[in-house]
Design a protein around this ligand. Structure first.
Ligand code: SF4
Length: 81
């Protein structure tokens, strides 16, 4: 099944997006935040389907460590649950 180019997942107070087109398959994010990111069967980073996830700081570190800025982290809207 084809996957959307943008995966967006709400984790606690943040929203994590991965641009699958930008991902270089370097696996850096999975090394920094292994409870949150994994490489899928196409060797593209993806947010795991289930937590417990890494803490917010670790996820942001993984986003800033991405060499192609494929991961964005934004604050979740209040009451968006
Ligand atoms: S760090 Fe960025 S480029 Fe590397 S696997 Fe993760 S999302 Fe892809």
């Amino acid at each position: 099944m084809a996957k959307d180019n943008l995966q967006t997942v709400k984790i606690g107070n943040i929203v994590v997006s991965i641009d699958r087109i930008k991902c270089l398959s370097c696996a850096a994010c999975t090394a920094i935040a292994p409870k949150t990111f994994e490489m899928d069967d196409e060797l593209i980073s993806t947010v795991k389907s289930k937590g417990p996830y890494d803490d917010e700081r670790t996820i942001k570190d993984a986003a800033s460590g991405c060499p192609d800025e494929a991961i964005t982290v934004t604050k979740a809207e209040q009451g968006a649950d």
